[in-house]
Design a protein around this ligand. Structure first.
Ligand code: SF4
Ligand code: SF4
Length: 141
């Protein structure tokens, strides 16, 4: 299936070139969300940059988006100061229970590697290897 590049589908949480999570748990996306669809719990990681998972000491211990509420407006993406939250292109969300509509941080991080035009660099390869869902079967135009 061919999809426009500008299509706003299910989000992904991004990592930087070093493979560190970009989210600094500032809550701006949650504050901007008109549907109250984002839930975050922040935490501090005092370890050095090399050791920790995130690019900042502050990171999201829990990050969830409820796609039962999300209207794909993009306000969260616009509000994010670190470009951590982005729209991907997945739109297949058929599930059996409302609880399955809530996607957690691990899922949203893995979503990046499903995008057809995303290739991990050497530092990101171990993250992409954890992704078990396979590439989206779409072509972007
Ligand atoms: S796209 Fe809009 S409704 Fe969905 S999580 Fe972001 S701000 Fe909320
Ligand atoms: S995704 Fe962006 S706006 Fe939301 S908490 Fe993380 S850094 Fe802040």
């Amino acid at each position: 299936m061919t999809i426009y590049r500008r299509f706003r589908g299910e989000h992904f949480l991004d990592v930087n070139e070093d493979g560190k999570e970009k989210c600094v748990s500032c809550f701006l996306c949650a504050a901007a969300c008109p549907a109250d669809a984002i839930y975050i719990e922040g935490a501090e990681d005092a370890r050095s940059y090399e050791e920790r998972h995130s690019m900042d000491h502050r990171y999201a211990k829990i990050y969830q988006i409820d796609y039962g509420r999300c209207i794909l407006c993009g306000f969260c993406v616009d509000a994010c100061p670190t470009d951590a939250i982005n729209h991907g292109h997945n739109f297949e969300w058929a599930v059996y229970t409302p609880g399955e509509m809530v996607k957690d941080k691990e899922y949203l991080l893995a979503n990046k590697w499903r995008e057809p035009d995303v290739t991990p660099n050497e530092n990101q390869r171990h993250l992409a290897a954890k992704q078990k869902m396979g590439k989206l079967n779409i072509i972007l135009k």
